[in-house]
Design a protein around this ligand. Structure first.
Ligand SMILES: CC(C)(COP(=O)(O)OP(=O)(O)OC[C@H]1O[C@@H](n2cnc3c(N)ncnc32)[C@H](O)[C@@H]1OP(=O)(O)O)[C@@H](O)C(=O)NCCC(=O)NCCS
Length: 213
């Protein structure tokens, strides 16, 4: 446990509380001495206590705190990118969080700011980009590359040698077959099976997944 709490969770909503539980799993017993608190852009929450941790202020307050680290617990990848861009020129450092149930092979690369939740199973030589979110019970195959701000909702299966460009979102239970490439900021609906490459900036649903018109 660090000498004083240094980690701040950006976002005090549902995902923020789940990420607080992840921090408690990493730094037991709860409440975790590693967690300084939350920040949230809703001013009505400032001063509140969430799961025993204070809501300290907003992102602009956090930008002034040179001695803190942060992780962005916001489900929408575009919103995470905007927050990261607000914080990037400033002092606090993005940190990655990997749930202790997750065993990452030494050849896996997880960038700062990424969140890897409980039950994620993975193989070898894959990359997870900055501020990507891998929610509960996802699987990641060998040689796959997940770009910055990628979002995998619970139970997604990414096969081997898949390329997810920056900002891709895969809905709950989606499956991506081996070698498929998905273009930047495309969203795949819950339960879809992606059998072929998808272009950027579209929404695709179904089996096989097809862009909606
Ligand atoms: C695909 C998705 C992004 C589309 O959202 P949207 O743009 O708001 O679309 P709508 O809900 O208006 O639906 C548009 C059409 O697509 C269909 N559709 C929506 N999601 C679908 C899905 N996952 N699979 C198949 N069809 C779907 C709707 O039935 C509707 O069809 P219709 O035009 O014939 O009535 C969304 O439905 C989805 O699956 N998001 C994933 C969310 C998720 O996994 N969250 C996890 C949180 S932990």
């Amino acid at each position: 446990m660090p000498d004083r709490p240094s980690l701040v969770i950006v976002g005090a909503g549902g995902l923020g509380r789940e990420v607080a539980a992840l921090v408690e799993a990493l730094h037991p017993p709860p409440p975790s001495g590693a967690l300084a608190g939350f920040v949230d852009d809703d001013p009505s929450r400032h001063g509140d206590t969430v799961m025993g941790y204070s809501v300290l202020g907003d992102v602009h307050w956090l930008a002034q705190q040179a001695d803190l680290r942060f992780v962005i617990a916001v489900g929408n990848g575009t919103a995470r990118r905007h927050i990261a861009e607000t914080l990037r020129p400033s002092a606090p450092r993005a940190t990655s969080l990997v749930h202790p149930s997750v065993s990452l092979h030494r050849t896996a690369e997880v960038a700062p700011g990424a969140i890897v939740c409980r039950g994620v199973a993975s193989t070898v030589q894959f990359e997870v980009g900055p501020h990507a979110l891998l929610n509960l019970n996802c699987t990641i195959g060998h040689d796959s590359v997940l770009g910055a701000f990628v979002t995998l909702h619970p139970g997604v299966h990414v096969s081997g040698a898949v390329h997810l460009a920056d900002g891709v979102t895969l809905g709950t239970g989606a499956v991506v077959l081996p070698g498929v490439q998905i273009g930047a900021h495309t969203t795949v609906g819950a339960g879809a099976v992606v059998t072929d490459d998808l272009p950027p900036h579209c929404t695709a649903v179904g089996t096989p997944a097809r862009p909606q018109s």
